[in-house]
Every structure is written in structure tokens, then in C-alpha cells.
Ligand binder design. Sequence first.
Ligand code: SF4
Length: 230
Amino acid sequence: MIKGFRGTSLIDYPGKISSVIYTYLCNYRCPYCYNVDLVLPERANRLPDIPEEYILQEIMRRRGFIKGVVITGGEPTLWGRRLVNFIEKIYYEVGLPVKLDTNGSNPELIKVLFDMEILDFLALDFKTSPQKYEKIGGDFKKIEKTLEIASLKPERVEVRITFYPPLVSQRDLEEMLPYLKKFKFIAFQKYIPGKTLKEDNISPYSPDFYNWAKDLFKKHLPEAEIVERI
Ligand code: SF4
């Protein structure tokens, strides 16, 4: 399940020094993905597996220093019950809160984690407008369900939008807005061309586009805080 571990991070958990755990495999193929080694099975299989027990020992050892644990990927929810058990151990045995990064494709699992009250924070990707989800291998019905479940805990969720132009046009953003009405934290993330899954080197948006998007969101979602990572 786990192929990577970073002992200390200042940027992955809002307001907390954290350790970061990287699971492998993903059911999506976002052209701008830079976690290619974790996403593609043929690449991930070349990396050694890191046993969950070893990771638990490592975060236990850092417990006085770190204040939370981030689980990212790949797509962590692909690991189902094994992921739930692991988060349960971090919460009850190590005693640290967990933030989970997800593409939103597994609403059932997110519901289980919230119902068990073992998830402190969810970073949920909202990648494009409903009709474009199939371009990246996604099923929008699942995303809609995850957004619905997550919207019941708005103080524990950040919805993240990566501004990759072919997936996030003006029209896409306008079509995504109605699904965001109940959220408190929405992050604008910059798309960075480079060693990505598709390596298509599409030019990122200019600051003008971000300003337009920010105005649009402020107008339609006045309650939401827009976190800019651009
Ligand atoms: S969902 Fe995340 S990990 Fe999966 S392909 Fe897209 S960007 Fe990469």
C-alpha cells in the first residue's frame, strides 16, 4: 500500500507540522499529474513496499514534534478497508489527527471515515466540469456523491481545483460552481508543466485568469475562503 514517506513537512497539512505517507496506484489519469512513479503500476512496482508497521513506528517516534499525518498518493482510497484500518491505528494507537488527500472517486469510503470520526481533514480534488470527468477516467456520479458527503463537514474539508487549462476553462468553472455552495475552503492550485503524466507542456494561465476566477468565486460563493496556491 505504501511506497513513500516523508518524516517532516511544513506545507502538507494546513496549520500543522506533519509526516506524509504516499500510497501507490490511481484510478485516474490526469494529464498534469506529477506523481507518475506512484500512479503507473509498472513504475510503482519498481519501488519497495514500506510496511505499515514501520511507518507507525516512525510517526510514533516523531510524535512530540509532528502534529498530524497526511496520507496522499496516488489515490489512497483504492486501498479500501486496509486504509481504514491504518487510519484507525494512527488515530487510536499513535494519537495523531489524519488528513487524507483524495480524487473523490470513493464516496463510500469517505463516508465510513467520517462516520467513524477518525478523519480530521479531507483535501478533495474537484478536477473539472461534470461532462469532462470521463476524459481523466472518472465517473462524475461518484464525485457528486463525495461532494455531497463532504459538504456535511465543511469545516473539515478543502476542495482543490488545479488550473490545468484544458480541464478548467471559464465555462468549466462556471459549471463547477453550483456544487461548491456549501464549502468553506476552496483552494486554487497552479498547474505546473514539466515531468507530468502526459508531458504536454500546455502553458499555464496568466494572473489575469486567476483574478477573473477569484472574482467569479467571490461573487457566487461569498462565504467561502479562497486559498491561493498560484
Ligand atoms: S488523481 Fe491525483 S494521483 Fe491520480 S492521476 Fe490525478 S493527479 Fe495523479
